[in-house]
Write a protein that binds this ligand. Structure first.
Ligand code: PLP
Length: 457
C-alpha cells in the first residue's frame, strides 16, 4: 500500500518556534513546569488541543471575503443555515460563539434542578454546564471504554443496558435528556457506532426522553462508521452523518473541531417551543439569532468547512495520520491507548513511568519531558486534571488513568513534524528511569491544571 499523503499543498506558511535545550529548560523553570503558561512562540509543535487550531482552506479564506456583516438577516446567515440544515437536517439552527455557549443555552432551557443528564461521557464543559443548571451528569460508556489496551471498534458506545436501568431507577420525569458525544472526546476520541446511536434513540423515543448529540467530531465519527461498521463501506460520510442526525432531536456543536474553523459553534433542535426559548436566551448574552456572537465572515467559513470536513480524501488522511502516530509510538515501545481515536493519541504515562506514583503526576512529568527534549506541548489528562477528594477525609484520590494527550490540529502539521514528535517521545522513553515525579507548590480551588505550579521531586 502507498503512503497516504496530505491531500493539500501549502500556500501560506507560518514560522514555528525553534529553541535550544537550555532555552527550554529555562522556560520550564519560569512557568513552574505548567505548559499552559508557556508563550506559544516558545513551542515547536503544539499538540495541546485540536480545538480551533486547524488550518483553513483557500476556499474558506475566499469565503471570508463574502462575509455579510449586516446585523440581521445577513446573506452569510442564509448560507450558514442552509449548510447546517443540509447536513444535520434539524428544524432550528441557532449560532453561538463556540460549543460551550450552545451547551449553556441547552442546559438552561432543558434542565430543571434535581434532574439528571445521561451521556456516554460528558465533555468537561458539558458536565460543568449540566451541574451549573443544578443537575447531575451521569456517564455510562460501555465497560471496554475503561480498559486502555482492549481493542474494540466502537469504544465510544453508550452502555444501553445501563441506560434502561437508569431510566427504570430514576423514572422519565427525572431525566432531562440523553446526550451522546460523537466521537467520545473525554473517552479518548473513540467512535460511536450507527447501531448504538439507533438503539439509544429507540430507547429514548419509547420513553419520551429528549435525545441530543454533542456533535463536535461528527465527521470523524462518520468515517469510523464507514470503515468499521458492517454494511457501511459504500456510503459517503455525509450520508452516514445525515442518518446519525436523523435519530436525534437536536445537537450542540463546536465548529472549532470538524468544521475546521478557528471560532464558532451552534445549537440545533426540532422542538419549536424550545427553539423560541433558546433564541430568547441567545439574544440576552450571545447576539441576534442570525449571528449569535459570530461575524458574518465566521458563518461563511463554517458553511464551507462543514463540507470540507466530510470529504473522503480529507477524512482518510486525517484518521490515517492519527493512526500513524499511534502505531509508530507503539512500535517504539511507548505505551499508548488502543485503538487510536480520531483526533488525538494518548500516551499511558502510568505504564511509561511505573516508578512514579499517581499523586506524583507521571503524566505531568512525561509532558514536561516532551517539551524539554523536543519543544512539544502536550496535555496531561490524569491526576493533575481529574484527581478528586474523599468527601470524608479530604484525602486526594488519583484519577482512573494517567494520560498525556497529543491532540492533532487539522491540516496543520506534516508527516515530518509527526516523525519528529515520535522521535522525541522515544527519547522520553529512553530517559524514563531518570524521570522523577512532581509536586504541586500552588493550586487554585477549581480547574487547577490551568494555573498550578509544580516542582520536580
Ligand atoms: C470542544 C468540545 C466542547 C466545547 O466546545 P468549545 O468550542 O470549546 O466551547 C464540547 N464537547 C466536546 C466533545 C468538545 O470536544
Amino acid at each position: 500500500m502507498r503512503t497516504i499523503i496530505e491531500p493539500f499543498r501549502i500556500k501560506t506558511v507560518e514560522p514555528i518556534g525553534m529553541s535550544t535545550l537550555p532555552e527550554r529548560e529555562e522556560a520550564l523553570r519560569r512557568v513552574h513546569w505548567n505548559l499552559f503558561l508557556l508563550r506559544a512562540t516558545e513551542i515547536t509543535i503544539d499538540l495541546l488541543t485540536d480545538s480551533g487550531t486547524g488550518a483553513m482552506s483557500s476556499r474558506q479564506w475566499a469565503a471570508l471575503m463574502e462575509g455579510d456583516e449586516s446585523y440581521a438577516g445577513a446573506r452569510s446567515w442564509e448560507r450558514f443555515e442552509a449548510a447546517v440544515k443540509d447536513i444535520y437536517g434539524f428544524r432550528h439552527v441557532i449560532p453561538t460563539h463556540q460549543g460551550r455557549a450552545a451547551e449553556r443555552i441547552l442546559a438552561q432551557t432543558m434542565i430543571r434542578p434535581g434532574q439528571v443528564v445521561i451521556s456516554n461521557t460528558h465533555f468537561d464543559t458539558t458536565r460543568a454546564n449540566v451541574e451549573a443548571a443544578g443537575a447531575t451528569a451521569i456517564d455510562i460508556p460501555i465497560p471496554e471504554a475503561r480498559q486502555p489496551r482492549v481493542e474494540h471498534p466502537f469504544k465510544g458506545n453508550m452502555d444501553t443496558d445501563a441506560l434502561e436501568a437508569l431510566i427504570a431507577e430514576h423514572g422519565r420525569e427525572k431525566i432531562a435528556l440523553v446526550l451522546l458525544t460523537i466521537t467520545n472526546n473525554s473517552g479518548g476520541g473513540q467512535p460511536v457506532s450507527l447501531a448504538n446511536v439507533r438503539k439509544v434513540s429507540e430507547i429514548c423515543r419509547s420513553h419520551g426522553i429528549p435525545f441530543y448529540l454533542d456533535a463536535c467530531r461528527f465527521a470523524e465519527n462518520a468515517w469510523f462508521i464507514k470503515t468499521r461498521e458492517e454494511g457501511q463501506q459504500d456510503r459517503a460520510p455525509i450520508d452516514i452523518a445525515r442518518e446519525v442526525f436523523s435519530y436525534a432531536d437536536g445537537c450542540t456543536m463546536s465548529a472549532k473541531k470538524d468544521a475546521i474553523v478557528n471560532i464558532g459553534g451552534f445549537l440545533c433542535t426540532n422542538d419549536d417551543d424550545l427553539a423560541r426559548r433558546m433564541r430568547d436566551l441567545l439574544i440576552l448574552t450571545e447576539g441576534f439569532p442570525t449571528y449569535g456572537g459570530l461575524a458574518g465572515r465566521d458563518l461563511e467559513a463554517i458553511a464551507v468547512g462543514l463540507y470540507e470536513g466530510l470529504e473522503e480524501d480529507y477524512l482518510r488522511y486525517r484518521i490515517a495520520s492519527t493512526k500513524y502516530v499511534a502505531d509508530r509510538l507503539h512500535e517504539a515501545g511507548v505505551p499508548v491507548l488502543r485503538p487510536p481515536g480520531g483526533h488525538a493519541v494518548f500516551i499511558d504515562a502510568a505504564a511509561m513511568l511505573p516508578h512514579v506514583p499517581p499523586l506524583q503526576f507521571p503524566g505531568q512529568a512525561v509532558a514536561c519531558e516532551l517539551y524539554r527534549v523536543g519543544g512539544i506541548r502536550a496535555c496531561e489528562i490524569g491526576s493533575v486534571m481529574f484527581a478528586s477528594r474523599d468527601p470524608e477525609t479530604g484525602e486526594e484520590r488519583p484519577a482512573p488513568l494517567e494520560l498525556v494527550r497529543l491532540a492533532i490540529p487539522r491540516r496543520v502539521y506534516t508527516q515530518s513534524h509527526m516523525d519528529y514528535v515520535i522521535e522525541a517521545a522515544a527519547e522520553v522513553l529512553a530517559n524514563r528511569e531518570k524521570l522523577r515525579g512532581m509536586k504541586i507548590t500552588y493550586q487554585a480551588p477549581f480547574l487547577r491544571h490551568f494555573t498550578a505550579r509544580f516542582e520536580p521531586l
